[in-house]
Design a binder for this molecule. Structure first.
Ligand SMILES: Cc1cc2nc3c(=O)[nH]c(=O)nc-3n(C[C@H](O)[C@H](O)[C@H](O)COP(=O)(O)O)c2cc1C
Length: 185
């Protein structure tokens, strides 16, 4: 797929089938993330690939966070929130592990991890998969960090849900790029 076609044709696809995604496709998506640019070659991204029961880690965290925030803890309530983890057959949690090197600017470590996510979304799209970058308040909760064994200085930056799309997404839209651009010549 042509790069411009991939960039413009990629859409956030939230509704995907339960069908499994071939592991080699997942590897391809991870490989794309791993080739993102990064200042000082820190490669600060970390990937947690959840499939099948591996998604229970995320489900339990969603349920615990919702229970803590609402004060409700009945099984039905927990199940409803846990269900979010099973919206796709593959969920890849992307974290950033910022380097301690004094030359490194923390915000740039996040920039690199975000670039990794975009590489992954584009690769998923080029493979014909549907994918969506999800965050949401629970992603930033300490319980979510604990779920993936992150250290205090590390953060989750994305929960990438992916699978085979149920339907083709509607065409996207953006304002004209000129509206976001200043030419200095
Ligand atoms: C940092 C980030 C976080 C996002 N979090 C969510 C989310 O929690 N839920 C969601 O439905 N979409 C989320 N999105 C996807 C955006 O809603 C989506 O990219 C936007 O609507 C544009 O649609 P498109 O991706 O199809 O072009 C997120 C996107 C980014 C970049």
């Amino acid at each position: 797929m042509d790069i411009h076609e991939a960039i413009r044709g990629r859409r956030s696809v939230g509704r995907v089938k339960d069908d499994p995604v071939p592991p080699e496709w997942i590897e391809k998506i991870l490989e794309a993330g791993n080739w993102a640019p990064c200042h000082h070659l820190t490669e600060p991204w970390r990937f947690f690939v959840m499939t099948g029961a591996g998604r229970d880690v995320l489900a339990d965290a969603y349920a615990d966070i919702a229970a803590e925030q609402s004060g409700q803890d009945d099984p039905e309530f927990r199940r409803k929130h846990a269900a979010k983890a099973y919206r796709a057959p593959v969920v890849i949690a992307v974290a950033v592990s910022p380097s301690a090197d004094p030359r490194v600017t923390r915000i740039e470590e996040f920039a690199a991890a975000h670039a990794a996510v975009q590489n992954m979304l584009l690769t998923a799209h080029a493979l014909g998969l549907g994918a969506i970058w999800r965050s949401g308040d629970p992603m930033y909760h300490p319980r979510m960090k604990q779920a993936f064994g992150l250290q205090p200085h590390e953060e989750l930056v994305a929960l990438v849900y992916l699978g085979f799309p149920v339907t083709a997404p509607p065409a996207g839209g953006r304002r004209p790029v000129a509206d976001a651009t200043v030419w200095l010549s």
